[in-house]
Design a protein around this ligand. Structure first.
Ligand SMILES: [Zn+2]
Length: 98
């Protein structure tokens, strides 16, 4: 089990965890994290909608406006979704007691 020793929001070193695992250095970072969680949720919704659209369109054999193939575009969006979910998970696992 990895213990987090830095504030997940600003990176400030946290005091030695004793019992409860601390995730934030103070209320300001905790609050800011709540906003980030909301933004991440909105981003995830948009990205998942984009992915669904992409999948339903299927591979037409053309490149998108960034010159990506269908497979590369799909892979890119899946990676972005995964990254956002990992960040969300990190922010949401705060205040885990015992
Ligand atoms: Zn902080």
């Amino acid at each position: 089990m990895t213990s987090i020793q830095n504030c997940v929001k600003c990176g400030t070193a946290l005091p030695e965890p004793r019992g409860n695992r601390r995730r934030f250095c103070g209320p300001a970072c905790r609050r800011t994290a709540e906003y980030e969680i909301r933004r991440l949720n909105r981003r995830l919704e948009t990205m998942e909608r984009d992915r669904d659209k992409l999948i339903s369109q299927g591979d037409c054999g053309l490149q998108n406006m960034y010159g990506q193939t269908y497979a590369a575009e799909l892979q890119g969006i899946n990676r972005s979704i995964q990254q956002a979910e990992e960040r969300l998970l990190l922010l949401l696992t705060e205040d885990e007691t015992k």
